[in-house]
Write a protein of this length. Structure first.
Lengths: 733, 154
């Protein structure tokens, strides 16, 4: 934040408009948005009649030196919004891109996601939800600069043109945006503004390199874990080995003898458990001190999860009907199909850790009547509230800085903010001292909040035409939403995040029945990049492939025949995939096979083809061709990057050691030796990404790469081995 | 606690730390050089890779007491390094990074590879880079950037 921006935030400003312009103290132009109900803002509609009491915040700051500082209203953790959102605003503003600076906005009312109503990253909504918002911000700012120039030159605004941060008048006049800033600040904010014709976009739709590339390549970019504040201490927590267990007693004598250990004390942790916090001058001291603690745990009344037992329990449950998700057509149609024309398939999926490269961390300083926090957060609103609650403050007394994060994949979007609560508990005790809580990799791998384990049982009755005539599907898995603020989204006990990708399938299956069981298990669970689609797409796309093989039909043709005509994005993606992959699929070397899959998630249709062989008893992925319909691709270079890398991330599911297992309540993995994500040799050698040309509104690209890859790879493996792969991780071929 | 004289990026640095402290944490906390990252602490991910005596080395398990006279080179010196600069430029040209957290280690590993093998094959690249985790899994572009850098270095 520039000092001018911060200063303006503290000022009491007129609240009659959604956008407010001010001359910054330094003479620049500051455009703030506040009190925004998105629908009203999009219509340029009436101001909010009941303004809430919070300070306005700036989205755009045109500095006297010409820099255009744009606030990004959500976390950057790889997905590229730190470049794409400024592109959208700068395009409508006609700003000089070389002068654009992006900043991650702190927690603030105005930075809430216009659709979700909280400040967050999730649901692949960054661009989809803020595209219109950032266009309007840019267009309105431009209109005020033009109005100021028109007034100065005594011409009509319509006679002025803008380009590269300069306004040009009809008589050859020109003025840089920075020169017009003070006068622009006196112009009324336009209620309505004409947005660009997409044909006139100069940035949107172009391949733009990331703004954060260089500092991420020279080590200068500061992530949350790199934060260094004067007088800062480092904290670690010894967590209970079983979720919810409590400290019965502990001996910290040896730990306290280490030079640099400041405090050792008990704190509450997730699921009603307690742990022991160590505060030290430095990380290595804190870690050594933690290793020296002797803690006796109280496991009384704490359920000890065991994945072997859970698997048996889930498999049994899957043989009974669960809570109804969808029941379409004739419930008895399946029983009318001869046994020889039925497939019964049972699938198993393990718990999965997100394991973002930057270990979890949060820094908090508590000053009695206010606090300051720093975290790479996908859920700023919840995390700020949680810290405030622990410290007995109102949320607006907690200044919450959004730090660049080293990955997340859902792990930094936790409704109970358990990491921030731990950090706040420690800061409360260490009043006045900034304390950085660091979770080690072991803490992360063993710390819960996994993609839940699931079992699917599917019975398919095949019609005379080779198409599925009846489909009965039972899913067993913990709900992600139960006990969270999102529980209200559940309908009749069904958590849609367990059945998405199945119940809302775009395949045209007349007699279709899906039900779900949500067992309670003492393992905290969380959304993992693409959420329910991680397992639902695997089940659907391997079964559809199996059906296509039985029908002796081409897998792309079979899918297109079965897909509803209104599944336009999937049809478009499959059509493009066919065009881009047919040639190489026809000329595969001996020992290679092609695998196909397609899936729509988060509004984006994706189809992919893979070229796979078996090397050292593992799948070797030589090539992936992806076709994607994501509406208008704001930054095609980022869309390509998300798909090239996202499919490799998705292969986490197939890794031989790609699972979290429990034995007697204890996590059996510790670090990247026990839980092994894909390394370069496990990833595809080449990925070519093809984007369906589209003028439709943009849809998400963060999560949609993940669901398609695993089924495509095992569909290819099935062609090579004749086996079906229904249990993940893929331990043996 | 003991006093150590280290040669970091050509400069002499003195630190007083516990002898068991890994070089990683000396760099990050005592010398405030945070470009080198903590990812796993068990030499499994490569985010902490630096060059020690010219060899790509995991700094998270190298106790400072064992560094000795060997020169240590970190990501912070790569902009001034003839190979390092070319590799960084290639990374930017190919728009490799996503979250970027592992990329210091990836670049340090790639620079070590290119200093020994100026024209690496795909197999050379997989062998050298095969121990570094990129959780975003930007491997296709890492591979492409190494080839771009190799092309410029010949």
């Amino acid at each position: 934040m520039s000092s001018a921006t911060t200063k303006a935030r503290d000022q009491q400003l007129d609240r009659r408009n959604f956008l407010r312009v001010t001359a910054s103290a330094a003479g620049g132009l500051l455009v703030s948005l506040y009190l925004g109900s998105p629908s009203a803002a999009q219509e340029g509609g009436p101001p909010n009649p009941q303004p809430k009491n919070y300070p306005p915040d700036a989205f755009v700051n045109i500095r006297p030196d010409g820099h255009v500082v744009i606030q990004v209203n959500r976390l950057e953790f790889g997905q590229g919004v730190h470049t794409a959102l400024p592109m959208i605003l700068a395009d409508e503003l006609d700003a000089d891109w070389s002068q654009v600076v992006a900043e991650l906005a702190p927690a603030g009312e105005v930075y809430k996601d216009p659709v979700f109503g909280i400040q967050m990253v999730g649901g692949s909504g960054s661009i989809a939800h803020s595209f219109q918002q950032y266009r309007e911000l840019g267009a309105k700012t431009r209109a005020m600069l033009v109005a100021a120039a028109a007034k100065r030159w005594n011409v009509a605004p319509e006679q002025c043109r803008t380009q590269e941060s300069v306004v040009r008048g009809p008589g050859g006049q020109s003025a840089k945006y920075a020169e017009l800033a003070t006068e622009a600040a006196r112009q009324p904010v336009p209620a309505n503004v004409r947005l660009k014709n997409p044909a006139d976009f100069r940035l949107v739709g172009k391949n733009m390199r990331r703004l954060d590339s260089r500092p991420k390549c020279d080590g200068s970019l500061k992530f949350g874990l790199d934060l260094d504040l004067p007088g800062m201490k480092v904290a670690m927590v010894a967590h209970p080995p079983v979720f919810g267990a409590k400290v019965k007693g502990f001996d910290d004598k040896a730990a306290r003898e280490l030079e640099g250990v400041r405090e050792v004390f008990e704190i509450p942790v997730t699921r009603g458990g307690t742990g022991v916090a160590i505060v030290a001058d430095k990380f290595w001291t804190a870690k050594r001190a933690r290793d020296l603690l002797k803690i006796e745990w109280d496991f009384n009344g704490v359920e000890r999860a065991d994945t072997t037992r859970l698997r048996e329990q889930y498999t049994q449950l899957a043989r009974t009907a669960g809570l109804k998700s969808i029941a379409r057509g004739d419930a008895k149609a399946l029983d009318a199909v001869a046994a020889s024309n039925r497939i019964v398939a049972e699938y198993e999926f393990p718990y999965l850790p997100h394991a973002p490269m930057e270990p979890l961390n949060t820094t908090v300083r508590f000053d009695g009547d206010r606090a300051e926090a720093w975290a790479g957060s996908q859920f700023q609103t919840f995390d700020q509230m949680a810290i405030a609650e622990v410290l007995g403050l109102k949320p607006d007394r907690v200044t919450f800085h959004t730090e660049m994060a080293g990955g997340g994949f859902g792990r930094r979007a936790v409704t109970d903010s358990h990491v921030q609560r731990e950090a706040a508990q420690i800061a409360k005790r260490m009043r006045g001292t900034p304390v950085k809580l660091i979770w080690s990799r072991e803490d992360d791998i063993r710390g819960g909040y996994y993609r839940p384990m699931h079992v699917h049982r599917v019975e398919v009755g095949i019609g005379a035409d080779g198409m599925p005539a009846a489909w009965r599907h039972v899913i067993v898995g913990q709900s992600l939403l139960v006990g969270t603020p999102f529980a209200m989204m559940m309908k009749d006990g069904v958590d849609n995040s367990s059945v998405e990708g199945v119940s809302d399938t775009h395949y045209n299956i007349a007699n279709f029945n899906v039900s779900v069981h949500h067992p309670n298990v003492n393992v905290p669970v969380l959304w993992w990049r693409s959420v329910g689609h991680t397992h639902s797409a695997y089940v659907m796309e391997t079964l559809i492939d199996e059906l296509a093989a039985r029908a002796k039909m081409d897998p792309i043709a079979y899918r297109r025949k079965l897909l509803k005509p209104e599944a336009k994005k999937l049809h478009a993606a499959l059509s493009l995939l066919e065009a881009k992959s047919a040639a190489w699929r026809r000329k595969l070397p001996k020992g290679h096979a092609a695998g196909i899959s397609c899936h729509e998630s988060f509004g984006t249709g994706v189809a992919c083809a893979v070229d796979v062989s078996i090397e050292n008893k593992r799948p070797k992925i030589h090539r992936v061709t992806v076709a994607v319909d994501c509406g208008l691709a704001v930054n095609p270079l980022t869309v390509e990057s998300q798909f090239q890398a996202g499919v490799a991330f998705g292969l986490s599911q197939l890794m031989a050691k790609g699972a979290i297992t429990f034995k007697d309540g204890l996590v059996e993995q510790r670090n990247f030796d026990g839980y092994v994500p894909p390394y370069m040799p496990d990833a595809p050698v080449a990925v070519d990404v093809h984007i369906v040309p589209s003028a439709e509104a943009p849809s998400g690209c963060g999560e949609p790469p993940v669901p398609v890859i695993s089924p495509a790879v095992v569909n290819a493996l099935s062609r090579l081995t004749g086996k079906r792969y229904r249990s993940l991780p893929l331990v043996a071929l | 606690m003991a006093k150590y004289q280290l040669n970091i990026n050509g400069q002499r640095k003195e630190v007083t730390v516990d002898p068991s402290t890994p070089l990683l944490w000396v760099l990050r906390e005592d010398l405030k050089m945070t470009g080198t990252k903590y990812g796993c602490g068990v030499s499994a991910c490569g985010a902490c890779t630096v060059h020690v005596g010219g060899v790509a080395t995991r700094s998270c398990m190298l106790p400072v007491a064992l560094v000795g006279e060997r020169p240590v080179v970190t990501i912070e010196a790569m902009s001034e390094d003839p190979v390092g600069r070319v590799v960084q430029d290639a990374w930017v040209e190919k728009d490799v990074v996503q979250c970027g957290y592992c990329q210091s280690g990836q670049i340090m590993t790639a620079v070590a590879l290119l200093k020994h093998t100026s024209k690496p094959t795909d197999d050379n690249i997989e062998e050298s880079m095969g121990g570094n985790i990129c959780r975003c899994a930007t491997y296709v572009r890492i591979r492409a950037a190494i080839k771009v850098a190799a092309g410029k270095l010949k």
